[in-house]
Design a protein around this ligand. Structure first.
Ligand code: ZN
Length: 445
């Protein structure tokens, strides 16, 4: 018997901004300016600029990477430079939580400089220095939330950030001492900005309208000095003198007419923390890899994934997704590199959503376009659905969850009029791969 096509079991609409401060409002105003100021004083800046080429200027944008988490970009997914088996879930940007980022992202940036191409390394370095910069924001160091958070990180003239004349300090002579030096440096930065937040809190709170504060500029400048120390140490430790010879390399090909034509593929060495993106032509390489005998997993948005032995990775062809045009990343649930708990690009639905199960990564959708949404081989009791969202991070995100019984394994539904992104929802008490075999969201034609 057919049940109505739009049998909504549950529809929720809410404004998360009312319950919790949205991540975008927690961004230290002048990230790019702090990065620029640090770049300007590096003793090796000409050599580094030559190594990175056009990516050197882009590091100023990449220092926003953690604020781009979960977003969907035309050129790459920011989460691919934020999550790996060393950090399988996002870490908060305020003290004390942010202190947990320093060691893993420092190690990951060193690894990227030694083993990956300049564009990949620049992005991983961007992720690291974002957390360094955030730690020096008065409201992150203290920490302070709400209206005063916004004032204490934005009431300064970002263009004035400058540390001209500063000589970046080497944080250690080898990786172990550099890491120790980094943790000490971060303690000093946090203490610097925390003290100043306390000094000016009452004065700034009493102001009726915006007034740029020289003390907040001092904190931004101290953040730039810390970033300069971090960059100088990374480049002294790990910048290749000449481009390194690849120790593992290959080319990935995929069908034409896939979504996001400028997106590369992602290459992961299973059971390790090594991963990298291809260039837009599918070429990839790792240098200075320890050992051999890797199992290589390859995936690209809009097409299937593949796992091959290291000896067979020189040329990998990815097949069309199933069904063709599936916009769900890892829709066949076969890729599991990031964590043992779930297939990559799927996470447990947060408790705040009051739904039990799994949600996909964000998918770019167009409002009012009709999509086919479905699951293969749902186990009994499984429900599925979709969350339409107006954005991935901005304040006042509007969001709707729509959930169906899996008696009918595929539905058609127009994206909500406000929708910019979607997430597939699989509701179950079971591990995801015990609940369904595949899931999809495809434009209906
Ligand atoms: Zn941040």
């Amino acid at each position: 018997m057919q049940t109505p096509r739009y049998s909504f079991l549950l529809v929720l609409m809410f404004l998360p901004a009312l319950c919790a401060p949205p991540p975008a409002a927690l961004a230290w105003g002048p990230h790019s300016e702090i990065t620029r100021a640090a770049q300007e004083v590096l003793p090796e800046r000409e050599k580094v600029a030559a190594y990175f080429g056009s990516e050197w200027r882009r590091l100023q944008d990449y220092s926003l990477m953690p604020d781009w988490r979960n977003s969907v970009r035309e050129d790459f997914f920011p989460n691919d430079f934020l999550l790996w088996p060393g950090v399988p879930a996002h870490i908060q940007h305020m003290m004390p939580e942010v202190a947990a980022t320093y060691e893993p992202y420092f190690r990951r940036a060193l690894q990227a400089l030694r083993t990956e191409t300049p564009p990949n390394a620049a992005r991983w370095i961007g992720s690291l220095i974002h957390y360094v910069e955030d730690s020096g924001a008065p409201c992150h160091a203290t920490p302070i939330k709400g209206e005063m958070h916004k004032r204490l990180e934005n009431w300064l003239d970002g263009k004035a950030v400058s540390v001209t004349g500063y000589q970046p300090q080497l944080l250690g002579k080898d990786d172990v001492s550099a890491l120790r030096g980094l943790l000490e440096r971060m303690k000093r930065l946090v203490a610097f900005s925390k003290q100043r937040a306390e000094d000016i809190y009452a004065k700034v709170e009493a102001l009726q309208q915006r007034e740029d504060q020289p003390v907040i500029l001092d904190c931004a400048n101290e953040s730039a000095r810390a970033v300069a120390d971090v960059l100088h140490t990374l480049f002294t430790r790990a910048l290749p003198a000449t481009p390194s010879k690849p120790s593992l390399a290959g080319r990935v090909t995929w069908p034409a007419n896939v979504p996001f034509s400028k997106q590369p593929a992602k290459v992961m060495l299973l059971g390790t923390g090594y991963c990298t993106l291809t260039d837009t032509n599918g070429a990839w390489s790792f240098s200075k890899l320890p050992g051999k005998n890797y199992r290589v997993a390859v995936e690209r948005y809009g097409v299937g994934s593949a796992i091959v032995k290291g000896g067979d990775c020189a040329a990998v062809t990815l097949s069309p997704a199933n069904p063709p045009g599936n916009l769900v990343r890892n829709g066949d649930l076969k890729l599991r590199w990031l964590a043992a708990s779930a297939p990559d690009f799927w996470t447990a639905i947060p408790a705040s959503q009051k739904l039990k199960g799994w949600e996909s990564d964000n998918i770019r959708v167009r409002s009012n376009v009709v999509y086919r949404i479905g699951v293969a081989d749902p186990q009994s009791g499984v429900r599925y659905g979709v969350r339409w969202r107006s954005s991935t991070s901005a304040p006042k995100t509007v969001s709707t969850n729509i959930v169906w019984s899996a008696d009918i394994a595929e539905r058609e539904l127009p994206a909500a009029s406000f929708a910019a992104t979607a997430q597939l929802l699989i509701l179950t008490d079971k591990p995801l791969t015990n609940a369904v075999r595949r899931a999809w969201l495809v434009p209906a034609q």
